[in-house]
Design a binder for this molecule. Sequence first.
Ligand code: F6R
Length: 616
Amino acid sequence: MCGIIATVGRNRAIPVLLEGLHRLEYRGYDSAGLAVLDGGRLVLHRKVGRVRELEAQVPAEQPGTVGIAHTRWATHGGVTEANAHPHLDTTGRIAVVHNGIIENMSALRARLEGEGVRFRSETDSEILAHLIGRYYFAEDGSETAGRPVAAVRAALRVVRGTWGIAALFADHPELIVAARNGSPLVIGLGEGQSYLASDSHALVPYTRRVVFLDDGEVARIDASGVQTWHSDGAQVDNAIETLEEVWGDGDKGRYPHLMLKEIHEQPEALSRCLSGRVVSETGTARLGGLDLSPRDLARISRVGLLGCGTAYHACRVGAQLIEAATRVPAKAEIASEFRHRNPVVDPDALFFAVSQSGETADTLGAVKEIQIKGGEVMGVVNVVGSSIARACGRGVYIHSGPEMSVASTKAFSNMVAALAVFTLMLARQRGLSVHDGRAYIQQLLDVPSRVAAYLDEPGPIDELVSWVTAPTTNMVLFLGRGLSAPVAAEGALKLMEVAYIPCIAYPAGEMKHGPIALLEEGSPVIVIAPRDALQDKTLSNLQECKARGARVALIHTAGDPVGRYADLSIPVPDTHPFFSPLLTVLPLQLLAYRAGLALGRDIDRPRNLAKSVTVE
Ligand code: F6R
């Protein structure tokens, strides 16, 4: 989603801004823009489309050592150059970029228009530029007149909503003002040069010394560092942190797309997630980031798992594992639903907020809702230092490494693996024997090599691609039971987002209560039925589909003769039934990738989507 990069110091700003914008591209965007100060004049460049198109428009030698830049993912107003950021105030001497949403936009816009302001865009963000201008250019004697930080603070006092902003003042070439409320910002400290970004990935080429802004804070950033204030004006003592996990640059390596690279990184990513966390000797697990003693574990009355999209599917797998192995009630819930239904929060429950980016607004909102109600919530997050990780304070990093393709693949697997490790820890405390704990560990540690074995020989995926991309196909149905139901949902999500093919996922037993009406001669149905206690029942549902003329592909355990019941058999390596989602999801990831490829889709940046969804 929207991204911010800004810099101030002794070096030319443009190369930093363009590099930063490129590094933010993976988040998803539809237009980009930047503003630099050149000899006291604000120079603005904006472009619909890719950062490289903006780059082509900016003069190579454009001077200026202070600037702000933005990638926009449209919320208010269409994808047009006028709506791209930065936005200027009426004088053209203040430029602002904004991530987030201004909720009282209508009232503020009407008020400003009533005062004679002429808006140049349809965005909510432009309001901020005008409001800041109004306070900065207030009559002499006003305490905000000519004072950038005071003007920003005053403007934000009348705004409701979420923001991460950077403001540039033509009269102050020595500084940038930043403010955060619900939309992340991190300040990078270099030698004679400072940086601001919405995502620490954009700072990686320049510095590892960072200050994370917290909600309600306003910062003045200059070449020598940063000063920060709370909204009430009290100065904040900035803690300088070191970015420990420095991500690569999103290089595709030998793969044509990031998605394919990330699918193939799963064996290594899984090993990284498990490494050092399972202890064969005692048959248990160690998750230091949770900081839970056996006594704390004993007090857990139930487990709640919250996430969105793919992360929610991982939560559904995790909830089933936890409940099956520990007998502690566990429930997965879509974070955006949870936070808005005024949930009851049991103080003895343990919640997990599951998120690759650690920035998903709905998941972060759920964290806050739990905390307000006195509950305990921990992160299961990939991005170190992200908003959810910081808001939770405790948790498990899934260590997928950078996931830059918009479609999530390896993060799903590592979320499931991290939850499987937690399951073991809780199960041992709840009576699992050391012997059974060791067996669990052995099976779990074997998963990465089995994933690698499957990816080496993925089976007849291309035939399935030809089914789902056929002009006669108007919908694909995915079915699974138990742990395979969330895998079916994940397969459907992946195929929809990467190939834009309408898909429906249903728990297999529920199919006859409605979706069966959709089936006609040749309708593609993908059934996930590894060898487990529910397999027979799922196979009956498969037969029901076939009886209605559907073409059925079956994802099943290698060596299991059930493949003969289907029109297309896709075997995956055997594993403990608990870990089958880590294998059965693989053909579905490859299907989405190859179907997207066959249809000429923008695989790594599917239309309308964003990598990190920072709005509700
Ligand atoms: C699907 C996908 C999204 C994300 C969802 C949550 O491929 O990427 O559905 O899973 O937006 O994102 P995170 O995990 O960053 O909270």
